[in-house]
Design a protein around this ligand. Structure first.
Ligand code: ATP
Ligand code: TYD
Length: 237
């Protein structure tokens, strides 16, 4: 399998076409962004850490029977995935209050949220990824009702799996973002990335952030933190 042309250069990954029209080559880059790309820094080693954490979690989800885009790992920073038509929604699930939710409602940091809160954000850099509700997403043609229900159900199942997976290594899964797409035959799959760039993780023992908040809040070097998450996941496989 060879990569052919760059299809898209995002903030954290580069997506390449391959000689198979249904397969994409994904390169995880050494780049960290926050504030919708306004804060941007090169961080050596971040790409391979995110690729490794993402591969490990996607492999586990595939083994559990979740429909995902993940096919296989090629090297340190590269994986092959099934090409999707992406649904342009960021599906956020929150188990504890943090980030924009905490600011919006001025609630106690890490207040437990029962039931877990589901939110959508419309994927649009030009509009700064605005919050969007179900009817807005349907009326604007981004997803139909069945797809919204599928995203909700799959996000709950992924949350149940990941919450327990991280709890078993002493880490609270605070919140995370998922993206979904459809394969050329219409199959609904979990796509994009599963890494500390897209989830908040808090060490139960110390209360320390083990995710991109370290970068957002300038709490020190990011790679040792991501490496510690990878190590804990690997040791508990
Ligand atoms: P953001 O960080 O807000 O998600 P981005 O576009 O900068 O935006 P990257 O992760 O750098 O994010 O880029 C990856 C892009 O590839 C995203 O637009 C994502 O929706 C898309 N993508 C992920 N998985 C697939 C797939 N299987 N098929 C097609 N596109 C995909
Ligand atoms: P949120 O608290 O809404 O945003 P912010 O981090 O800007 O205050 O984010 C909730 C979770 O979803 C958090 O783990 C980050 C993740 N997320 C993304 O990875 N990308 C996104 O575009 C959004 C909206 C959230």
């Amino acid at each position: 399998m060879e990569k052919t042309t760059v299809l898209y250069t995002g903030k954290a990954k580069q997506m390449w076409a391959t000689d198979d029209p249904d397969i994409l080559w994904v390169e995880y880059m050494d780049q960290a962004t926050a504030l919708n790309g306004k804060k941007k820094v090169q961080i050596d080693g971040k790409g391979t850490l995110n690729r490794q954490i993402s591969s490990l979690l996607f492999e586990e989800l595939n083994a559990q029977g979740f429909p995902t885009h993940y096919l296989k790992t090629l090297d340190d920073t590269t994986m092959l995935v099934k090409k999707c038509t992406m649904i342009p929604l960021e599906a956020v699930v929150r188990n504890f209050a943090s980030g924009s939710f905490e600011r919006k409602f001025k609630v106690e940091h890490l207040k437990p949220l029962v039931p877990a809160v589901h939110e959508f954000f419309y994927k649009s850099d030009a509009l700064d990824d605005p919050f969007i509700n179900n009817e807005q997403a349907i009326a604007l043609g981004f997803a139909d009702k069945e797809t919204i229900d599928e995203i909700h159900a799959m996000s709950d199942r992924v949350n149940a799996y990941l919450k327990e997976r991280f709890a078993n290594i002493g880490i609270d899964l605070v919140d995370f973002k998922l993206e979904f797409g459809r394969l050329s035959d219409g199959t609904f799959v979990l796509a994009d990335e599963l890494s500390p760039d897209n989830m908040r993780l808090v060490d139960e023992a110390t209360g320390n952030s083990l995710d991109k908040d370290v970068f957002r809040k300038d709490q020190g070097p990011l790679t040792p933190v991501y490496a510690s998450v990878l190590k804990r996941l690997k040791e508990s496989k």
